[in-house]
Design a protein around this ligand. Structure first.
Ligand code: FDA
Length: 392
């Protein structure tokens, strides 16, 4: 039996960060990872360049049943703190758009950086471990098919079930329930939405993208939308998908740059132009054509009534889609929901009813927007737990 100060289940973003911090504070830490290598989601993130944080991170960029929960950890370990670490490791980076920071080189540099930080504290990283059982008798005991590990602290850092083909599992929720912790119903987030009924016609323009405002519930995002064979994707839709509820509508403003009675104004200026021509000027041609067809407005602007044009204007600014579902965990970049924050200390991520048990990263009911926010939560919650373990 190996004796450690902390056992960390999951060698992903949050687990490695937590391990490094606790170990550098002098604790004996073991990381048990199911896959053959650590940090697989980091390696494929950001198109292989890892969008490792967002410089504008604030608690408003997260969804959770308790929107206040993430504040403390995010304030104590900021995007700037992670950037300092990146720079100390000599990793070149750049800002893409909207505060999103990426490696100039490869996401591998972030994994290597975390491994170097872990090595600095002599963290024992064990890959290819299948966890058979966890018990709690004084210490926490974890039995794997290779051995038994014991420690007074156990950290759940096994992430969420999005992209199961990368080895993602629902293990965190099963373990949390075993210890009596509540789990908020997990659901796919940052995920493409699917269309059915008449709206499948939009599948004909699969591959077409346009800058839009997409709104689901009270959240609105100004980014690109992309039509796919099955429905809607692109950053604006992925962002809105986290707020979309099954059965509800998603509205898209296809022409966020046009305000007021802009179509009536066009009628006065160029009465001989068609609606199709006006839209082709403002939108990708195939999108303009399908929207014109759906509006049913043929002929010159001059021959169309003001009422019809006003209705068309309104519809283009608030086009209502009725998604019939999402592409599920197979395509979801993250999982919303998870271990209920009410069970955890927001300072340390320790379960209030089970001293010594911690939960961090995506396993917890804190979900970021697209754009580096999810990694920032993984780093911040990992540091919160790692430092708390280090101080024990
Ligand atoms: P993470 O999933 O990183 O780690 C969990 C670890 O636990 C994994 O190594 C897994 O193998 C292991 N594990 C699972 N079950 C286990 C078990 N039973 N026993 C032992 N180990 C187990 N975010 C962002 O901010 N910027 C970005 O650019 C991207 N890009 C991106 C692309 C793609 C394709 C995906 C799928 C996701 C992203 N994300 C992202 C989201 C980001 O990857 C995610 O939020 C973090 O990796 C979460 O970190 P965790 O450490 O919580 O889980």
């Amino acid at each position: 039996m190996a004796a450690h100060d902390a056992i960390i289940l999951g060698g992903g973003a949050a687990g490695l960060m937590c391990a490094a911090r606790a170990a550098q504070a002098g604790k004996r830490v073991v990381v048990l990872e199911r896959a053959e290598t650590v940090g697989r989601k980091i390696l494929i993130s950001g198109g292989g360049r890892c969008n490792f944080t967002n410089i504008g991170t604030s608690p408003a960029n997260y969804l959770s049943a308790n929107p206040h929960f993430a504040k403390s950890a995010l304030a104590r370990y900021t995007a700037r703190d992670f950037l300092d670490l990146v720079e100390r490791h000599g990793i070149a980076w750049h800002e893409k758009t909207l505060g999103q920071l990426f490696c100039d080189g490869s996401a591998r540099q972030i994994v290597d950086m975390l491994l170097a930080e872990c090595a600095g504290g002599a963290v024992d990283i064990r890959c290819g471990e299948t966890i058979r059982g966890v018990s709690h008798e004084g210490n926490f005991h974890v039995t794997t098919d290779r051995g038994r590990y014991s420690a007074p602290a156990l950290v759940i850092a096994t992430g969420g079930p999005s992209i199961p083909k990368l080895g993602a599992t629902s293990f965190a929720y099963d373990l949390a329930r075993q210890f009596g912790l509540k789990v908020i119903q997990p659901r796919p987030a940052l995920v493409p939405l699917t269309l059915g009924g008449e709206e499948v016609l939009f599948g004909d323009i699969s591959g077409v993208a346009a800058p839009v405002h997409a709104t689901a519930g009270k959240a609105s995002f100004a980014e690109a939308a992309l039509f796919t064979h099955r429905g809607l994707s692109g950053p604006a839709i992925l962002q809105a998908s986290s707020y979309w509820q099954p059965g509800s509508a998603l509205t898209i403003d296809f022409l966020p740059g046009q305000t007021g009675d802009w179509l009536l104004q066009r009628k006065r200026e160029t009465p001989q132009t068609t609606v199709k021509a006006v839209l082709r000027n403002l939108l990708p041609q195939r999108l303009a054509d399908i929207l014109t067809e759906r509006l049913g407005l043929a002929g010159d602007l001059g021959n169309l009534g003001d009422k019809a044009l006003r209705q068309a204007q309104d519809r283009l600014g608030r086009w209502t889609f009725h998604p019939n579902g999402t592409e599920g965990f197979a395509k979801a970049e993250v999982t919303a929901g998870g271990i209920a924050t009410g069970e955890l200390s927001s300072r340390t991520m320790e379960a209030t009813r089970v001293p010594g048990l911690f939960a961090i990263g995506e396993a917890v009911d804190v979900t970021g927007w697209l754009g580096g926010y999810n990694f920032q939560w993984a780093w911040a919650s990992g540091v919160a737990a790692g430092d708390a373990i280090g101080a024990r």
